[in-house]
Design a protein around this ligand. Structure first.
Ligand SMILES: *Cc1c(COP(=O)(O)O)cnc(C)c1O
Length: 361
């Protein structure tokens, strides 16, 4: 068996230990005589897996008791509609900072249900930076203020969050959940599709302050109402059982093998620094994002020559570094170096880039 270094933006690598445990438990989960895939979600065995997953997430992310954790389906993209349907019902207004395609999609979807205001955007420079905000442009009576904390496609992240006062701040953390500690209390709600840094595709995590639940618009479909899922422990209908189980294994790995999110952050900073330092010193490759807003998770880079980019991607793939082609809207390359990417993967990629540069001067 040989495994590649997979730099995919999502779905993406999972820790090898997690995959091995899942494989070992595939046919017979802890003497139950069944796979977790086959179990009733109402069984005691499965409820124990579910409860443990939530408890671990609360512990690892330090989630306060006045926040609910929901395990939903439909991806982060469904949240773009659920957020306005559930929260835009007091003054029917919300603020958005447009820092990339996902942030823009969240804004556009909300604009279908109320007044969506763009506070700032970095589209003028292909989303290569996080815009500075002017509080005078905030809507004082907005129902919420939305940001995309890590911009997966463009490789930027927010390092300090907007001060929104009483207006609940909502953060899309799809591509940075569990990558470093985050102060949940600064947010009314955080959400993430799990397939970047937490589990296989299929489960969406919502962490929401209790007081924000229960004020959905009348038109809200039952399945899109946070109350429905909150009142039923995320089991109004069948949850994505197997994904939640893998999320549990990932959380155990972060807690027991890595040592928590402070340690995870150190590792992620070390990996990202290796790559950014090389990009800053290279004469062939350069990063596309302003230095102070660089993501720890997604690193876009270019040579400035489309043919050379294509040659690099082709040769890298042949050498076992896969999914390095950049997003179609940025071009070039993108290395997604989520939690599960081992440091050797980044070291070897940098060695490969150095050799490519020398051979193609
Ligand atoms: C991938 C991604 C999404 C979309 O997630 P889906 O689960 O595919 O709907 C939204 N926001 C961010 C930041 C992402 O990285």
């Amino acid at each position: 068996m040989s495994r590649v270094y997979n730099f995919s933006a999502g779905p993406s690598m999972l820790p090898e230990k997690v995959l091995k445990t899942a494989a070992e438990e595939m046919l017979d989960y802890k003497g139950s005589g069944q796979s977790v895939m086959e179990m009733s979600h109402r069984s005691k065995t499965y409820q124990a897996i579910f409860d443990e997953t939530e408890a671990l997430l609360r512990e690892v992310m330090n989630i306060p008791d006045n926040y609910k954790v929901l395990f939903l389906q439909g991806g982060a993209s469904t949240q773009f509609a659920m957020i306005p349907l559930n929260l835009m019902n007091k003054n029917n207004k919300a603020d958005f900072v447009v820092t990339g395609q996902w942030a823009k999609k969240a804004y556009k979807e909300a604009a279908r249900y109320g007044t969506a205001n763009v506070v700032a955007s970095s589209e003028d420079q292909t989303f290569s930076y996080i815009p500075k905000l002017d509080k005078a442009t905030f809507t004082p009576d907005a129902d919420f203020f939305h940001i995309c904390v890590n911009n997966t496609i463009y490789g930027t992240k927010w390092n300090t969050f907007p001060e929104t006062g009483d207006v609940p701040l909502i953060g899309d953390i799809s591509s940075c959940i569990l990558s470093e500690p985050i102060d949940v209390t600064k947010f009314g709600m955080l959400y993430a599709g799990a397939q970047k840094n937490m589990a296989p595709a299929g489960v969406t995590i919502v962490i929401i302050r209790e007081d924000l639940i229960g004020n959905a618009m009348d038109i809200t479909p039952t399945m899109l109402n946070y109350s429905t899922h909150s009142e039923n422990g995320s089991m109004f209908n069948t949850p994505p059982c197997y994904c939640i189980y893998v999320a549990k294994l990932v959380l155990e790995w972060i807690k027991n093998d890595i040592g928590g999110l402070e340690k995870m952050k150190e590792l992620n900073e070390k990996k990202a620094k290796l790559l950014y330092d090389f990009l800053d010193s290279s004469e062939m490759f350069r990063g596309t994002v302003v230095a102070e807003d660089r993501s720890l998770m997604n690193v876009p880079f270019v040579t400035g020559n489309d043919e050379l980019d294509a040659k690099f991607v082709k040769e890298a793939t042949a050498a076992g570094f896969v999914n390095l082609k950049g997003h179609r809207s940025v071009g070039g390359m993108r290395a997604s170096i989520y939690n599960a990417m081992p440091i050797e993967g980044v070291e070897k990629l940098v060695d490969f880039m150095k050799a490519f540069e020398a051979a193609n001067k």
